[in-house]
Design a protein around this ligand. Structure first.
Ligand code: HH2
Length: 281
């Protein structure tokens, strides 16, 4: 059975794996850009992900890949208008991947329950108050800089400590804006202003992010660092590496996985969870 919002928000305590399928309705996303722009294709993909065991479908209308241009609220809403209401009818939670409160507001009115804000509430001062009013779950992600320039020479002295401190500050900012901590999820933002070495350090150090006491969401799926480590140049060839990253993250306390390949991820996590159970949870 797919996870409820409460299941998702308590997944770190119950050790439940939550699989979030990615649905980008964009012309330019790094892996599936342009593929699901038409409503029938996007809806068919959402149905397939739900049937494959996705708990959440994360719907995004703006690519945040390195170098991408920003997309205004009206354009994002136009891309989502014919798709989101159909996806919301499926037996899954819907999450809306946007940094703009107007787009999130549209998404929540059409049935989304989670806001996935890769700016962690920094792009739009209206985001936290909106989420508080709507009682939405919110993913707070770390990003160094902004998509246009974030991969230009990223630097950290201690990436895990710096990302943890950032997420602690954003949790506090969200709480100050009236969002209860119980509705918040944290995410290290793999690939957002990070080199391969930074992504690996963050995956290895996820336990330190889990110690913030909130569920940790990880988006490693098909990302460039997997290509760099393995030589798989085409994102569609990065499933084995994506599964390895997912299982390593699960073993270090992450419970929410934002992925392109839902069926394979669900199967891998089922086996990993069964092994944990056999050891006593
Ligand atoms: N990664 C991407 C987009 N949104 N959200 C969270 N919480 N965590 C992530 O790691 C994350 C995210 C980038 O991946 P994708 O959506 O596949 O590509 P694009 O941004 O080009 O649409």
């Amino acid at each position: 059975m797919s996870a409820t919002l409460d299941d998702t928000l308590q997944s770190h305590r119950t050790h439940r794996a939550v699989v979030m399928g990615i649905l980008n309705v964009t012309p330019d996303s790094f892996s599936d850009g342009g593929v699901f722009l038409s409503p029938p294709q996007a809806i068919a993909n959402a149905e397939a992900m739900a049937a494959a065991g996705a708990d959440v479908i994360d719907l995004g209308a703006e690519s945040t890949r390195p170098g991408s241009d920003r997309v205004g609220a009206d354009e994002q809403i136009a891309r989502l208008r014919d798709i989101l209401p159909q996806v919301a009818k499926l037996p899954v939670l819907v999450s809306i991947d946007t940094t703009l409160a107007a787009v999130a507001d549209f998404g929540l009115q059409e049935g989304a329950r989670i806001i996935n804000d890769v700016s962690a509430g920094r792009d739009d001062p209206g985001m936290f108050p909106l989420a508080a009013r709507a009682k939405a779950g919110v993913v707070l992600m770390h990003m160094a800089g902004e998509p246009k320039t974030m991969q230009v020479d990223p630097h950290y002295d201690d990436v895990v400590a710096e990302v943890r401190a950032f997420l602690a500050r954003r949790l506090a900012a969200a709480e100050a804006a009236g969002l209860p901590r119980e509705r918040l999820i944290v995410d290290p933002g793999l690939g957002f202003g990070k080199r391969t070495e930074h992504n690996l350090a963050l995956l290895a150090g996820l336990g330190e992010l889990a110690s913030l006491g909130r569920p940790v969401c990880v988006g490693a799926s098909r990302k460039r660092f997997i290509g760099e480590l393995t030589g798989a140049a085409d994102p569609a060839d990065r499933l084995p590496g994506s599964l390895a990253a997912c299982l390593a993250a699960w073993g270090r306390g992450a419970t929410i996985f934002r992925v392109h390949d839902v069926a394979a991820t669900v199967q891998a996590l089922k086996v990993a969870a069964a092994i944990d159970q056999a050891r006593g949870g």
